[in-house]
Design a binder for this molecule. Structure first.
Ligand SMILES: Nc1nc2c(ncn2[C@@H]2O[C@H](COP(=O)(O)OP(=O)(O)OP(=O)(O)O)[C@@H](O)[C@H]2O)c(=O)[nH]1
Length: 212
């Protein structure tokens, strides 16, 4: 059976415990918000298909535990990701200050193709804000990242931020993607020729996965 997507990318969510990583992910993949906080143990993941420029990208999003005691486990996932969402809570200044630690941890373990965005969650709680939009935006700029304030509770900017990160990953891996579609085009041309010639080969699968 033909696959329902063209490419698979892995994204990782990082940030302190309680900033809302699990809620953001559930809002994006299942359109749900559960206000209870059950700390993630180790790493969990969810999948979603996102369409960018006509390309169906299957994103596997890894939700990591923010708690210090799981850091050895979560670090093992850094290298396998193509994109990272750094998350802080706009009502919690220490979670914003700790972004520097998360970014430097990732820098130690990843390649320069890694794409990342900075996300300030809980924008619905603006009255309890401890981090201004300007501070968030400035920090993102320092790291060369794009910045979004989001809310898992109201869904503000959730899809937009994941779509943008997927787009950035796709651009960073453009050569791999072009090679993949180039070889797919060649294969389809070849298959069409074979089929004109009545070749028995024309039932081969015409889509495959590129985990760039
Ligand atoms: N007001 C508000 N609360 C939120 C929002 N997102 C998450 N929360 C609350 O923040 C708490 C923590 O959310 P989680 O998603 O469990 O946090 P986490 O970052 O995954 O935490 P760990 O798994 O421990 O790393 C929960 O009580 C949520 O209800 C939001 O957008 N707005």
């Amino acid at each position: 059976m033909a696959k329902q997507y063209d490419i698979l990318f892995r994204l990782l969510m990082l940030g302190d415990s309680g900033v809302g990583k699990t809620c953001i992910l559930r809002r994006f993949t299942d359109s749900e918000f559960d206000p209870s906080h059950i700390s993630t143990i180790g790493v969990d993941f969810k999948m979603k298909t996102v369409e960018v420029d006509g390309i169906k990208v299957r994103v596997q999003i890894w939700d990591t535990a923010g708690q210090e005691r799981y850091q050895t486990i979560t670090k093992q996932y850094y290298r396998r990701a193509q994109g990272i969402v750094f998350v802080y809570d706009i009502t919690n200044a220490p979670s914003f200050q700790n972004i520097a630690k998360w970014v430097s941890d990732v820098d130690e373990h990843t390649s320069n193709k890694m794409q990342a965005i900075l996300v300030g969650n809980k924008s619905d709680e603006a009255h309890r804000r401890q981090v201004t939009v300007e501070q968030g935006s400035k920090l993102a700029h320092t790291y060369g990242m794009e910045f979004f304030e989001v809310s898992a509770s109201t869904s503000n900017n959730i899809s937009k931020s994941f779509h943008r990160l997927t787009e950035l990953v796709l651009q960073a891996h453009k050569r791999d993607v072009d090679n993949f579609f180039g070889s797919l085009d060649e294969y389809l041309d070849q298959a069409a020729l074979e089929s004109e010639k009545g070749s028995p080969d024309n039932d081969k699968k015409t889509q495959s996965t590129c985990a760039c």
